[in-house]
Design a protein around this ligand. Structure first.
Ligand code: ZN
Length: 283
């Protein structure tokens, strides 16, 4: 066991583990990975440590930094549900203009800045500002109340595993699946038609102004100006119950329909007293 560090910088409220290590590295004049490996010789990278820091590692760090292990672990994403990990960005997506701290160099990165389901700052409640896409406006302002409900559903699922009739994180993923609208669109830009567009009809028009929309069930991090639509969609479907998923199945066709049915039948069937997933054929 290495000795205690002579100077320890207290973490900012909500600071990310790698940010805290990077600030110590700057203070001691060494690269951040060197600082990390001084503390945890087996660590591969700061990025991985943020996601997988074990209890044992937290205990060892806590001794070096003269603090309690739970405080160290709460700076990471290691306690989140596994399904939440795909909603965590590699770099900060957003910031709170009210909570930013300009008094230290390098400035802290807060854990909430990487969370792909947040639209408001968890520390002061103000809307986040986008660090990736600028000046896109707020096209889904009218869904604000439902979006806040959706944000809380995802937050509770991710941080504490709280679910209702389904996992809100799973619902968010499902709503990003593609759909084929009918009548078939003239532009044939099918990438912009998602199941979510049935629940939030404004979505198709907003996405028509985007050059691309890469979020998918596998990579479900949605740009901040569009995220309220996804959160509101989750809140609306969660409140409506499994019947709404059945309605959404009817809005998909062909391959998309089969995949959506495969992913949703197990959520719908118990509500209707039906057996397991149906045998699928291309419709
Ligand atoms: Zn704030």
């Amino acid at each position: 066991m290495k000795g205690r560090l002579p100077v320890v910088l207290p973490p900012f409220a909500g600071e990310l583990f790698s940010s805290w290590i990077a600030r110590h590295a700057a203070f001691y004049g060494v690269p951040a990975p060197t600082m990390l490996r001084h503390c945890l010789p087996e660590a591969v990278s700061l990025h991985i440590a943020d996601r997988t820091l074990s209890r044992d590692q937290a205990i060892r760090l806590a001794e070096m930094f003269s603090m309690d292990a739970e405080t160290v672990r709460q700076m990471t994403f290691a306690n989140l549900q596994k399904t939440a990990h795909r909603f965590i960005a590699k770099e900060p997506l957003q910031r709170c203009s009210n909570c930013k701290s300009g008094n230290s160099d390098p400035g802290p990165i807060l854990r909430s800045q990487l969370l792909g389901w947040r639209i408001i700052c968890p520390h002061c409640g103000r809307p986040f500002q986008d660090l990736v896409h600028c000046n896109r406006g707020r096209p889904f302002n009218q869904y604000h109340a439902a979006a806040l409900r959706g944000e809380k559903l995802l937050q509770d699922d991710a941080e504490r595993g709280i679910q209702t009739w389904t996992s809100p994180l799973e619902l968010a993923r499902l709503l990003l699946m593609r759909r084929v609208p009918w009548p078939f669109p003239r532009d044939a830009e099918l990438w912009r038609y998602r199941v979510l567009g049935v629940v939030i009809p404004d979505l198709d028009n907003v996405l028509a102004r985007e050059k691309s929309f890469p979020p998918s069930p596998k990579h479900p991090i949605v740009p901040l100006h569009i995220r309220p639509a996804l959160l509101a969609g989750v809140a609306i479907v969660e409140r409506a119950g499994p019947e709404m998923l059945l309605m959404l199945q009817a809005h998909t066709f062909g391959h998309n329909r089969n995949r959506f049915i495969e992913e949703t039948d197990h959520l719908i069937n118990p509500a209707f007293g039906l057996p397991g997933p149906r045998q699928l054929q291309l419709i």
